[in-house]
Design a protein around this ligand. Structure first.
Ligand code: NI
Length: 646
C-alpha cells in the first residue's frame, strides 16, 4: 500500500472500502487529519492521539447490503501541547468537513509513541540525570534505556493538570544487550510531556548494578540443542477460509476483522451458518483495557501499574508478524493502518495473522461390540496479533472452532520488569531471578468488551451454579446435585465473580428464539483461570481500575460506553468506565446488552521467567448452549487419510 499525502484525489478516497466497518485507509487517515487541521487551524504543536473509523450506528451496519453506499467518518482525538488541552472531533469523509468538535476538559490522552522517543532523548541529555547516573558509575548516557511509566493519580497537588510520566531507567553494556538486567535503581525521573522537560530527578539512594548479563538473543546463546527434526505444516490445496476485504468466512463462521490503535485486534459481526441462515452471535468483541498493578510499596515502585490499552494504545504497539516464526502454515495477513502523532498514516504490515490449525480430535467413539470407530479431527481458525509494550509481549488470539465455540487466549511473554536489590537482600515483594535482580509480584488484568447478539439484538443473562441437594425424602441417598439458573436482570445483579467450586458460568440467551426443545437459545461465557486484585480497597489503583473488582459486568448497549476504564484513563483519579456506566443500575433484561469480562492473571515471577519468560496462557470461551438443536459437527467429514487411522 502506498501512503499518499493529503493531496489524495477524491476517487481513491473510497476505492478500497466495501463495508461500513472497514478500518480507515491510509488515504482516509491523511484526508481526515488534513480536513481537521485546516478547518480548525491547528498549530504545529498539536499531536494526533487517535484517527480512527467513527463506526456508524449499529442499525446502519446491520442494514447494510453489499454494494450499497458506505458512509465514512473519522473520530479524532488531539492534544494541543501549547494549551495542554484535549479535543475530540468527528470528520465526515463523505462531506469533507468537521461535523463535531469539542474540548474535553481535565483529561490526558494516552502516551504516544513519539513521546516515548522524545522523552528518552531528553532524559539522556538532562544534566541532573547525567549526574545521578554518573554517581552509579554510568558514563555513557546513550546506553541508558528510558521507560516512561504512566504517572497514575495520587492526589499530589503539584501534579494536577500536568502531563506527566515517570521514567524508570536501565543500562545496557552494548547496544544489543538486554538492559533489563541492569536497572538503575533508586532513580526516577519525572517528565512533563507537554513542555517535554524534566520536572525533577528523584534519587532514593544508591543500589549497585546487578553483576550478571541477562541475554537471550541467538548470538549470545552459542550452543543450541541439536535433536529437533523439521515439522512442516503443508496445505497443498490452500486454506479453507475465504477473505473479501476485511470479511472472512470459514467453516460456517462469518466474521469481520478490524483494528484500532487503542484496542488492537477487533472482531465484528460474528455469525454461524445454520440451516441456510447466518445466525448472529457477537456484534463486536475486543480488549477494552488492561492494567498491570505491581505489589512493591517502595518509593520508586509503588506507582507501577500500566494501562497498556488506555494509556499506551496496545494496537499502535503491535508487531509486524513473520511467516514461520510467529505463525505457521497457510497464512493470511491483514495490515494495520494507523495514525502517527502528526496525523499521518503509517502501516504495520502483517499486523494480524489468520490461519487454520489442526486441534486434535473433534469427537470419537469406538463401539466395543463391533469394534467400529468413528473419529473426526478438529480444526480451528486462528486470528491473532502480538503487541510489545516496553518490556512485555502480549499475544491476543481469537479461536473459532467448528462446533460453534469461540475462545480468547492471551499469551504473555517478553521480559519481566526488574529492580535491583543490595547483595544478600531477600525481597518480600518479589522473587530473586538473578543475583541482585528482583522481579516484583504483579497481576495482569484484562477486560474484554463483548457486544453480544445471540440470534438477534435482545438478550438476557443468567448465572448457573451447581448446587448440592439437601438430604430429605427427594434425596434419600444424598447423591443429588443440579445446575441452578439465576437471572441477572439489572446492572448491579450482573456484577459477579468467578466460583470454580460451583462450576459457575454465565449464559447470554435470547428469550424470543427457542430451540427445537422449546428452550431459549444461548451462548455461555466459560471462565478460565482467574483471580481478584490484592491491592487494598483504598489504593488509588482500585479506583482507577475499578473494573478489576468484578469478573462479569453487563450493561445495556450504549455506543459511547466503549472501555472498562473510560475514554481517558491516563492520570484519571478513578471511578470512570464500568463503575460509572453501571451507577444507574439499568435493566439488562431482554435488551441489547454488552458483556464485559475481566480476566486476572497472577504473576509471582520465577527464576525461569528470566531473562525472557516462556509463554504463559490465560483466557475464556464462549460456547453454544442450546443454540443448536443437536451436535453441530456431525457433518464434519472423516479425514481424507482415515484409512490409515485403523
Ligand atoms: Ni507478568
Amino acid at each position: 500500500m502506498t501512503v499518499t499525502s493529503m493531496a489524495t484525489e477524491e476517487a481513491s478516497l473510497l476505492a478500497p472500502v466495501s463495508h461500513p466497518l472497514d478500518p480507515l485507509t491510509a488515504e482516509e487517515i491523511a484526508a481526515a487529519s488534513s480536513i481537521l487541521r485546516s478547518e480548525q487551524q491547528l498549530g504545529a504543536r498539536v499531536r494526533f492521539e487517535t484517527v480512527v473509523l467513527y463506526e456508524p450506528d449499529k442499525k446502519a451496519v446491520l442494514d447494510f447490503q453489499p454494494g450499497g453506499a458506505v458512509p465514512r467518518s473519522a473520530f479524532i482525538v488531539i492534544l494541543d501541547n501549547d494549551t495542554a488541552s484535549t479535543y475530540e472531533a468527528v470528520v465526515s469523509l463523505d462531506e469533507r468537513q468537521v461535523v463535531s468538535w469539542k474540548h474535553i476538559p481535565g483529561v490526558q490522552p494516552r502516551v504516544m509513541f513519539d513521546e516515548f522517543v522524545e522523552c528518552e532523548a531528553m532524559v539522556r541529555a538532562d544534566p541532573q540525570f547525567v549526574a545521578a547516573i554518573r554517581k552509579r558509575g554510568i558514563t555513557d548516557p546513550s546506553l541508558v534505556m528510558v521507560d516512561p511509566w504512566s504517572a497514575g493519580n495520587y492526589g499530589y497537588e503539584e501534579e494536577e493538570g500536568r502531563r506527566l510520566v515517570l521514567a524508570r531507567c536501565f543500562v545496557r553494556s552494548s547496544p544489543s544487550d538486554n538492559g533489563y538486567a541492569r536497572p538503575i535503581e533508586g532513580v526516577t525521573v519525572v517528565v512533563d510531556l507537554n513542555s517535554m522537560e524534566v520536572v525533577r530527578v528523584d534519587d532514593y539512594g544508591l543500589v549497585p548494578l546487578p553483576p550478571e548479563d541477562g541475554n537471550y538473543g541467538a548470538e549470545f546463546v552459542g550452543k543450541f540443542r541439536e535433536d529437533l527434526k523439521p515439522l512442516d505444516i503443508t496445505q497443498a490445496e490452500g486454506a479453507s477460509f475465504e477473505v473479501k476485504g476485511w470479511g472472512v468466512t470459514w467453516q460456517k463462521w462469518h466474521l469481520r476483522v478490524g483494528f484500532t490503535p487503542r484496542e488492537g485486534l477487533v472482531i465484528h459481526n460474528v455469525g454461524y451458518e445454520d440451516k441456510g441462515r447466518v445466525r448472529p452471535v457477537l456484534y463486536r468483541a475486543a480488549l477494552s483495557d488492561m492494567v498491570v498493578p505491581y505489589g512493591d510499596p517502595s518509593k520508586d515502585h509503588y506507582r507501577k501499574n500500566a494501562f497498556d490499552a488506555g494509556e499506551y494504545g496496545i494496537g499502535s504497539l503491535t508487531n509486524s508478524l513473520t511467516l514461520g516464526c510467529d505463525c505457521l502454515g497457510e497464512i493470511y495477513y491483514f495490515d494495520a493502518v494507523l495514525n502517527d502523532g502528526r496525523g499521518e498514516p503509517f502501516v504495520i504490515p502483517n499486523a494480524v495473522c489468520m490461519h487454520e490449525e489442526d486441534y486434535g480430535i473433534l469427537w470419537k467413539h469406538t463401539d466395543w461390540r463391533t469394534n467400529q470407530t468413528e473419529v473426526r479431527r478438529s480444526r480451528r481458525l486462528v486470528v491473532s496479533s502480538i503487541a510489545t509494550v516496553g518490556n512485555y509481549e502480549y499475544g491476543f488470539f481469537w479461536y473459532f472452532y467448528q462446533d460453534g465455540t469461540i475462545q480468547q487466549e492471551i499469551k504473555l511473554t517478553g521480559i519481566i520488569n526488574t529492580a535491583a536489590v543490595p547483595e544478600d537482600e531477600n525481597p518480600k515483594y518479589g522473587t530473586l531471578v538473578a543475583p541482585q535482580l528482583v522481579g516484583h509480584i504483579h497481576q495482569h488484568f484484562f477486560n474484554f468488551r463483548l457486544d453480544m447478539d445471540v440470534d438477534g439484538g435482545n438478550n438476557s443473562v443468567y448465572e448457573v451454579n451447581t448446587v448440592t441437594e439437601g438430604p430429605g425424602p427427594d434425596n434419600p441417598h444424598g447423591n443429588a446435585f443440579y445446575a441452578q439458573a439465576t437471572p441477572l436482570a439489572t446492572e448491579s445483579e450482573a456484577q459477579r465473580v468467578v466460583d470454580p467450586m460451583s462450576g459457575r458460568y454465565w449464559v447470554v440467551s435470547n428469550p424470543s428464539v427457542m430451540n427445537s426443545l422449546g428452550r431459549p437459545v444461548g451462548y455461555k461465557l466459560m471462565p478460565g483461570e482467574n483471580i481478584l486484585p490484592f491491592a487494598h480497597p483504598d489504593a488509588s489503583i482500585m479506583k482507577r481500575a475499578g473494573f478489576m473488582q468484578k469478573h462479569l459486568w453487563v450493561t445495556p448497549y450504549d455506543r459511547d460506553e466503549t472501555a472498562a476504564t473510560g475514554p481517558y484513563p491516563n492520570q484519571h483519579p478513578g471511578g470512570a468506565g464500568l463503575p460509572e456506566y453501571t451507577k444507574n443500575d439499568r435493566s439488562v433484561d431482554n435488551t441489547d446488552l454488552v458483556l464485559w469480562y475481566t480476566l486476572g492473571y497472577h504473576h509471582v515471577p520465577r527464576p525461569e521467567d528470566w531473562p525472557i519468560s516462556p509463554v504463559a496462557y490465560c483466557g475464556f470461551s464462549l460456547k453454544p448452549v442450546g443454540f443448536f438443536d443437536t451436535n453441530p459437527v456431525l457433518d464434519v467429514p472423516p479425514s481424507a487419510n482415515h484409512a490409515h487411522c485403523h
